[in-house]
Design a protein around this ligand. Structure first.
Ligand SMILES: C[S@@+](CC[C@H](N)C(=O)[O-])C[C@H]1O[C@@H](n2cnc3c(N)ncnc32)[C@H](O)[C@@H]1O
Length: 204
């Protein structure tokens, strides 16, 4: 099963918090795709960031589609979807203020429940990125961290081309800090800020 965790990749999350969320906050629909979500901690992290930054009215506009192709990851994600339960170690990297707000204590001091407000924002479907068929379109933000490294460069470029199609004009793509934008896609995505793994769609 793939490794992931809450609040992984601080640079990417900082860019989401400081650039993407303010830019999207006035949209009527904020449609996010988390591609390669593993066991789900990443899409829930994104939902927590939006919840902590947006007022209740704007937060209603958020919809997060989480996808992955791996059955074993989904089996674990499905348990969390069903119960919302996480252990103390699972939520270690969640900043304390957000942990107190979005994870409720239970009778068991080692177990916490993710609030419904966050759980309700994330939908999962099984999807193979290499099908190159986007599961949905009209996305304002795509998150794809620690996934493309598993593909050879020509496939990375094809998957990024699929992301370009799935994004609205000026939509955002967040990757991990190690992922470069292939040269042939530089006319499709521009880097938003030097050093941050955040790109914005060029063209329509
Ligand atoms: C290392 S995990 C990254 C999880 C999360 N994005 C993060 O950064 O914490 C990589 C994930 O990519 C998924 N993945 C790899 N190839 C894929 C494919 N062809 N289609 C969909 N998901 C894929 C794996 O199943 C795994 O869950």
């Amino acid at each position: 099963m793939a490794y992931t965790s809450f609040f992984r990749d601080a640079d990417a999350l900082k860019a989401v918090e400081e650039i993407v969320i303010p830019a999207l906050s006035h949209q009527r629909e904020i449609r996010v795709w988390d591609a390669g979500c593993a066991t789900g901690e990443e899409p829930y992290t994104i939902a927590i960031l939006f919840a902590s930054k947006l007022g209740a009215f704007s937060f209603r506009s958020l919809d997060i589609l989480a996808t992955d192709h791996e059955e074993s990851s989904y089996a674990q994600f499905a348990l969390h979807i069903k119960t919302g339960a996480y252990g103390r170690k699972d939520i270690f990297w969640v900043p304390q203020e957000l942990r107190e707000k979005y994870f409720k204590p239970t009778d068991d001091p080692e177990s916490f429940l993710l609030t419904d407000e966050i759980r309700d924002k994330v939908r999962y479907i099984k999807h193979d990125l290499l099908s190159l068929v986007p599961p949905e379109s009209g996305k304002s933000l795509i998150i794809c961290k620690n996934v493309l490294m598993h593909f050879p460069p020509p496939q990375q470029a094809l998957v990024l081309g699929m992301y370009w199609k799935s994004l609205v004009p000026e939509g955002y793509l967040v990757m991990d800090g190690n992922q470069e934008m292939p040269e042939e896609l530089e006319d499709r995505f521009q880097r938003v800020e030097r050093g941050a793994p955040l790109f914005q769609k060029r063209g329509t």
